[in-house]
Ligand binder design. Structure first.
Ligand code: NAD
Ligand code: MG
Length: 396
């Protein structure tokens, strides 16, 4: 029985993780869960699983949850704040950590788990985008195991030979006979939309992803394909890949979740329905396969698979992130920070969809030559890039 801790248990990935746990009561128990504002979802988790400890990072949500737990005489300990978040992530008491907080807030607690040598199921790609070199270096030093959860990276992981699966962060793709890795992406809701009309799209249109059901921020990132750009950076770190050997292919049906091309011409692809419970079950169960609740792929419904080149006119954020990846760690941190600020401004109807790229490009350009060798300087870049992004918003 594996004891699981979930950072971001109330979110989209968190709830899918809970669902996989529920379907495999012999395999998993829930040791800890963390959330931010959504105390009512967390109260439901406490009633169903009685985790040992729960952390809320929003003060008023913490107070409301604490009251519910006291009134109902529940045994779960309810804690408040980011210090406790980091402490729970560093705990000895669990076997695997699902890292599923959205955005930069996921970095510190995930690193706390890494520096304790834990097994981390990584959904929070932002932590690798922000601090890939520090993160991977810490995983190596503290002998932590990282198993990808992002569907593309789970697909690549599954297409790798076993010896490479055992050394995520330190893979030797050349010696494994791998020529390149191919990230697929659906192209989002605006794939067929005229570029000239993109400045008119609404947040509701941007978050209605054709195939996947996800949190709001990542849904906008899928529309701009910034998500694929962040995944490009994530892939570089997870698989120790040269950016030249990472390709992006638009695949609107989202049946193939990514691929690995070998030097003998073989292409290994992982396929399945677009449901995050598959990569979650693969990560938590590894090396064992468990049920996930995801049904079989129906080849007669999904009878045609198509592929396109990404159009950088339509997806300039993708190009920006790929360029940042080849430039510097500070630049990828800045792209991520500016994108977070811009996406939430767009979701609040404060800026146009096309402004997301403008803000990111303006901010990122300032950080190309910045050296950010340690966590403190990374966090400084993150803060500075956010303040530049707010300035850019004010200028629009
Ligand atoms: P979400 O918005 O649905 O959930 C986010 C979770 O993080 C919630 O539990 C929320 O309470 C918590 N949270 C938010 N801000 C916080 C803060 N400041 N401090 C502490 N906790 C905070 O997001 P999601 O779609 O589940 O995505 C989570 C992560 O997984 C992201 O990094 C995303 O890129 C990645 N991911 C998601 C999907 C998907 O299908 N949803 C797929 C691949 C990767
Ligand atoms: Mg993904």
């Amino acid at each position: 029985m594996k004891k699981i801790a979930i950072l971001g248990a109330t979110g989209s990935i968190g709830r899918s993780t809970i669902d996989v746990i529920k379907r495999n009561p012999e395999e998993y128990s829930l040791y800890a869960a963390t959330g931010n504002k959504n105390y009512s979802v967390m109260a439901g988790i406490i009633r169903e699983f009685s985790p040992q400890v729960v952390v809320m990072t929003d003060r008023s949500a913490y107070e409301k949850l604490k009251e519910i737990v006291q009134t109902e005489h529940r045994s779960t300990e309810v804690l408040f704040g980011t210090e406790n978040l980091n402490a729970v992530a560093a705990s000895e008491e669990y076997d695997g950590l699902m890292s599923a907080i959205v955005g930069a807030a996921g970095l510190r607690p995930t690193l706390s788990a890494i520096t304790q040598g834990k097994t981390v199921y990584l959904a929070n790609k932002e932590s690798l985008v922000m601090s890939g070199h520090i993160f991977i270096d810490a995983a190596r030093r503290f002998k932590a195991r990282i198993i990808p959860v992002d569907s593309e990276h789970s697909a690549i992981f599954q297409c790798l030979p076993e010896q490479e699966q055992e050394r995520i962060g330190r893979c030797d793709l050349k010696s494994a006979g791998i020529k390149n890795i191919i990230l697929t992406g659906s192209g989002g809701p605006f794939r067929n939309r005229d570029v000239a009309t993109l400045d008119k799209v609404t947040p509701a249109e941007a978050v209605s992803h054709p195939n996947w059901s996800m949190g709001q921020k990542i849904s906008v990132d899928s529309a701009t394909m910034m998500n694929k750009g962040l995944e490009f950076i994530e892939a570089k770190w997870l698989f120790n890949a040269d950016p030249k050997d990472i390709k992006v292919v638009v695949h609107p049906e989202s049946v193939i979740h990514s691929m690995v091309q070998y030097i003998d011409g073989t292409v290994m692809a992982q396929m399945g329905r677009p449901d995050m419970r598959t990569p979650i079950a693969r990560a938590m169960g590894y090396p064992k396969r468990t049920v996930s609740g995801v049904g079989e792929l129906d080849f007669f419904v999904n009878s045609s698979l198509t592929f396109q080149q990404p159009d950088y006119q339509k997806y300039p954020c993708l190009k920006l992130a790929i360029d940042a990846c080849a430039t510097s760690q500070a630049m990828t941190t800045a792209v991520n920070a500016a994108n977070e600020v811009a996406v939430y401004a767009f979701l609040d109807n404060k800026i146009k969809y096309t402004d997301i790229y403008k803000v990111c490009a303006k901010v990122a350009g300032n950080f190309a030559a910045v050296n950010a060798p340690d966590l403190e300087s990374i966090l400084n870049v993150d803060t500075l890039a956010r303040s530049y992004a707010y300035n850019e918003l004010a200028l629009l």
